[in-house]
Ligand binder design. Structure first.
Ligand code: GLU
Length: 468
């Protein structure tokens, strides 16, 4: 097999969308699987809508997801000479021609054709005028008017198009810039791209592009058009369904491993397997397992995968990733070892880094605030005596460690003739402010004697105040 060359060719008119990231991923995985080359190309010829900021956002998102490219990023605006050169070849062969019809005239004639029940396409008025270059003139493709063009799509199968349905499409606009369909073909030909994997919103462009390959006498790449991603209501995934930008997921505390795993499975499958390491994806990914029907974006499944990767990763790494989220919340600083121990207890409980950054608060803040409901329910006046004696026991306890603590609690519960839970839950509220937390002895051990005693004393004051 010849070397596989794929590309991702985003238009920098916004952030990297979930759908775009999936397209990029399929190209990247396919290239990596076959030991091929993955090219990044920025399609920035739409001067009005392309921005530097979007380019930055796309590159950041690619890097965050770990999709490295072997060539590029190429910028179409820096390749205008290449398009001109290819355009000249078509002009020289008589396969392209200058046209001086104004956009208004073209539109008016389209409408007239529609009214007359004819096809509303460019009527070929300038085809045989033999015009040369000039201000306001575009260059059009002399599109074959008979025959059919077949797209043999690797995902969708064969799709036939009547050439008579196709326009003499504009290749170069009057401002000298190439149009999308022309630039994309010139780039894919000159970059020797042999697999074009992209969203199926481009299916209707493909026959025009195939005709351009033929006009340029260039070998056709294989095309694979991947179905769109839908929202839960089965309309095309959009902002209405939640975040669609890759970096919004980073900000919400998702790990790139989770998003990559999730996106890979959105449209591709490998038996019932759901969890794939990056290496496994590279080993197993191929286009024959990409489905022909649209995938529905499932937020819960992404959360589930994220929880999995949060659990799996070493605590030290999670702690590092968590830091920006902690900084947003202005928690007091703590050393890395402490943070890592706290993170270890939260890894099985948090689905995102945002959740973890909230849940970790009681480890980091000076004093906890009680959730009012939890305080009312568990920090009751009759708790004063047991709390007092607990404080006494703990104060005398050295070393202050999980096992010893557990014993002390049990002993105390026995002495008082109550179940462990009767003391454990109020203590939990005293230490964390809430009723759900990692194991009580674990957190006591990590918080340390000083903090634990301080918080218990504060709880004692609270219950005493309620008694009055
Ligand atoms: N620039 C095009 C887009 O963002 C991609 C074109 C292609 O992949 O052929 O939709």
């Amino acid at each position: 097999m010849e070397q596989v060359i794929t590309r991702f060719a985003p238009s920098p008119t916004g952030y990297l969308h979930i759908g775009g990231a999936r397209t990029a991923l399929f190209n990247w995985l396919f290239a990596r699987h076959h030991g091929g080359k993955f090219i990044l190309r920025i399609e920035d010829t739409d001067r009005e809508r392309s921005t530097e900021e979007s380019i930055r956002a796309i590159l950041d998102a690619m890097q965050w997801l770990g999709m490295d490219w072997d060539e590029g990023p190429y910028y179409q605006t820096q390749r205008l000479d290449v398009y001109r050169d290819y355009l000249q070849r078509l002009l020289d062969k008589g396969l392209a021609y200058y046209c001086d019809c104004s956009p208004e005239d073209v539109e008016r004639r389209r409408q007239e054709a529609l009214k007359a029940g004819k096809k509303p396409k460019y009527d070929g008025r300038c085809r045989d005028k033999g015009l040369g270059p000039g201000p306001g003139r575009v260059v059009r493709f002399r599109c074959p008017q008979v025959g059919t063009t077949v797209l043999n799509d690797l995902i969708k199968g064969a799709i036939e198009f009547e050439n008579s349905e196709l326009d003499d499409l504009v290749l170069q606009r009057s401002d000298g810039y190439p149009t999308y369909n022309f630039a994309v073909v010139v780039d894919d030909v000159s970059m020797k791209v042999n697999y074009v994997i992209r969203g199926d919103d481009h299916v209707n462009n493909t026959p025009r592009q195939i005709l351009l390959y033929q006009a340029l006498e260039a070998p056709l790449p294989r095309f694979a058009h991947v179905p769109m991603i839908l929202g839960p209501d089965r309309t095309r995934l959009s902002k209405r369904h939640g975040a669609t930008s890759v970096m919004a997921y980073k900000d919400q505390g998702y790990l790139p491993e989770a998003l990559v795993n999730y996106l890979a499975r959105l449209g591709w499958s490998y038996g019932d397997q759901e969890i794939f390491s990056r290496q496994e994806l590279i080993e197993k990914f191929d286009l024959d397992r990409v489905g022909a029907s649209a995938g529905v974006f499932d937020q819960e499944k992404l959360l589930w995968l994220n929880a999995h990767y949060i659990k799996e990763k070493p605590a030290g790494e999670i702690a590092g990733l968590l830091k920006p989220f902690l900084a947003q919340r202005n928690y007091p600083e703590h050393d890395d070892a402490y943070l890592e121990r706290a993170v270890t207890t939260l890894q099985p409980r948090c689905r995102t880094l945002q959740e973890m950054a909230d849940a970790i608060a009681f480890y980091l803040v000076e004093e906890v605030d009680y959730d009012p409901k939890a305080a009312t329910k568990f920090l009751k006046p009759e708790l004063a005596a047991p709390l007092r004696s607990l404080i006494e026991t703990l104060r005398g306890m050295e070393p202050f460690q999980e096992e010893e603590l557990e014993k002390a609690f049990r002993r105390m519960a026995e002495e008082m003739g109550v179940k462990l839970g009767k003391i454990a839950q109020p203590v939990r509220v005293a230490l964390t402010g809430v009723t759900a937390s990692p194991g009580l002895f674990e957190i006591i051990d990590i918080l340390g004697k000083e903090t634990v005693l301080r918080r218990l004393e504060k709880a004692l004051e609270f219950v005493e105040a309620r008694a009055q």
